[in-house]
Design a binder for this molecule. Structure first.
Ligand SMILES: Nc1ncnc2c1ncn2[C@@H]1O[C@H](COP(=O)(O)OP(=O)(O)OP(=O)(O)O)[C@@H](O)[C@H]1O
Length: 532
């Protein structure tokens, strides 16, 4: 049996005690392959395979090695057994049987051997014996180092398996086998060492630590400045750095794509990237541009983020951020484009989820004067904010009463403070006071629109009317549109046929009405989505 089947050979030996005589005889005849590392005795050879049976002695194996490696016959050689790489060496007597020694190695030391190397670094070495009986190690240290280096390179290139217990590589491309299991185990092992970043070639994998790690301070900005990817420990700053310098050197636009499931840390990673990109351009000084780019964050977050089951601050839209540079490499400005905003969240949310943050901020943080002027109510009085709590209330009347209230607040959240922060951010990004007022007015209108209930106009007719017309003047005031126009928009739709304009009344189907209300919100002069 060749050494590639070493594991099986070992399994056979484990059964030896209980095996029949014939099996024992078979084992006696079975051929194993010993791998003997000659070190300095044969430069250029990492190991030499020697066929051996259970009773082959060390002296016989050495004889074979002398032949194969063309060693000087005038010298005296011994076999040494190493039970760990670089560990203690056990010299075999000429009459000792190396295969029997090998059979005592741990099972995985043999089973893990995939052709070339032992997983746990159990091995045989060939040593020269001095005339006084001592072992000659001359030059072996350097050879060892060379072998070690060679071995490391072979491991990196995937020709040798990763030694058990060693550090997982910082680039998963260096894994000898790219199976899902090997990848996950490496990522897990790195994560345990607080290494949340790992490369796969030029791709960076990030595992959300959900805790602050001190790896984003200016020291790190400096450390990663102008280094090729892979030279240092993987980091998001390294990716930003490579993109920045590639842009300067090649004079070509660079693009970084961030993707992952909800709550995986995309927004956080974007912030780190922007921080590093602007820091590089300002060479370590906090820049005004960064403040403005990141200042837009709270505004976008308030209007486009919401609490979901997975993330209390989940972005419900995609972002395309373009950072523009001058030829000199300093940031000139930035452009943020949103896409795929989850519009349906405005009118409907799943259980344990909320509408967009901005509604809760406004209702909690508005002053008395603002409350009056925007006709604000309590969150639980708005259909667009309380639907899911009502549902759970109905389903689990007894035990869901408390969690009903929880939906309006999130642990650790200070809505009043968030509203102040939002106003400040809006001011910083350039919203004028009148625009801000218009926006809050529109937000209140959206909430009141959600409270409008419909009924059939008459018993026979399918067309609809509004049950609570007292809401109309409020919404018309907030939207600054005439009441009649608003009523028309809420109860009828206009369609164009060839050369004709038809006004068709809506039918009483709630989900469709929600859709129409959404369209209405979008088409108002300062439509919600346009603002976002
Ligand atoms: N590098 C990090 N260090 C520490 N905490 C982090 C890191 N990345 C993410 N987090 C934590 O994870 C939370 C969720 O991250 P984030 O909001 O960035 O996820 P996301 O992928 O943008 O989610 P969604 O797609 O739902 O918007 C953050 O609020 C933060 O607490």
């Amino acid at each position: 049996m060749s050494l590639q089947d070493g594991g099986c050979g070992y399994a056979g030996s484990a059964n030896m005690a209980t095996a029949s005589g014939s099996m024992r005889r078979r084992l006696e005849d079975q051929e194993f392959t010993l791998r003997v590392y000659p070190g300095a005795l044969a430069e250029g050879t990492i190991y030499c395979p020697v066929g051996a049976r259970k009773n082959t002695t060390a002296a016989e194996a050495i004889e074979c090695l002398i032949e194969r490696l063309r060693l000087e016959r005038t010298k005296c050689y011994v076999l040494a057994e190493v039970k760990e790489f670089g560990g203690e060496e056990w010299i075999l007597n000429p009459g000792d049987c190396p295969v029997q020694r090998m059979m005592l190695w741990p099972r995985n030391a043999l089973e893990n051997r995939s052709g070339l190397d032992s997983g746990d670094d159990y091995r045989f070495l060939l040593r020269e014996k001095n005339l006084d009986g001592s072992i000659h190690y001359g030059g072996s240290l350097q050879m060892w180092l060379r072998v070690t280096e060679e071995r490391r390179r072979m491991v990196e290139r995937g020709f040798l398996p990763q030694p058990a217990g060693s550090d997982p590589p910082s680039d998963l491309c260096a894994l000898p086998e790219l199976t899902e299991r090997a990848i996950l185990e490496s990522l897990r092992a790195r994560f345990r060492q607080e290494k949340i970043y790992t490369y796969v070639g030029s791709i960076l994998i990030v595992i959300n630590p959900f805790q602050f790690l001190p790896i984003y301070n200016p020291k790190y900005v400096k450390l990663y400045d102008n280094h090729a990817l892979g030279k240092l420990e993987p980091h998001i700053y390294a990716v930003a750095d490579v993109a920045y310098h590639a842009m300067l050197q090649r004079r070509k636009n660079q693009c970084i794509v961030i993707s992952g499931e909800s709550g995986s840390g995309k927004t956080q990673s974007t912030n780190f990237l922007i921080h590093h990109l602007t820091a590089l351009s300002q060479k370590g000084f906090a820049s005004g541009v960064e403040q403005i780019i990141l200042g837009a964050g709270p505004v976008l977050e308030a209007f486009g983020n919401a609490k979901t089951a997975h993330n209390n601050n989940s972005s419900r839209f995609g972002k395309f951020i373009q950072v523009n540079y001058q030829e000199s490499g300093t940031v000139r400005g930035a452009y943020v484009e949103k896409y795929l905003l989850e519009k349906s969240r405005l009118v409907y949310q799943e259980h344990n989820e909320r509408n967009y943050h901005v509604f809760y901020y406004l209702l909690a943080g508005a002053s008395e004067e603002e409350r009056k002027s925007f006709h604000l109510l309590k969150p639980e009085e708005y259909h667009y904010l309380n639907q899911m709590t009502k549902k759970s209330h109905k389903l689990h009347w007894d035990n869901y009463y408390e969690s009903e209230l929880d939906c309006f607040t999130v642990e650790g959240e200070d809505l009043k403070h968030d509203f102040e922060r939002l106003q400040l951010a809006m001011e910083m990004v350039g919203f004028l006071p009148t625009t801000r007022k218009q926006i809050f007015s529109l937000l209140s209108a959206i909430l009141h629109l959600g409270n409008i209930r419909y009924k059939k106009k008459t018993y026979r007719e399918d067309s609809i009317d509004i049950c609570n017309p007292e809401v109309l003047p409020i919404v018309s005031e907030l939207l600054e549109v005439k009441e009649e126009m608003l009523l028309d928009a809420l109860t009828t739709r206009k369609t164009m046929t060839v050369g004709e304009r038809l006004i068709v009344p809506y039918k009483l189907a709630e989900e469709i009405l929600h859709k129409y209300r959404l369209t209405l919100l979008d088409t108002t002069p300062c439509g919600f989505y346009k603002i976002v």
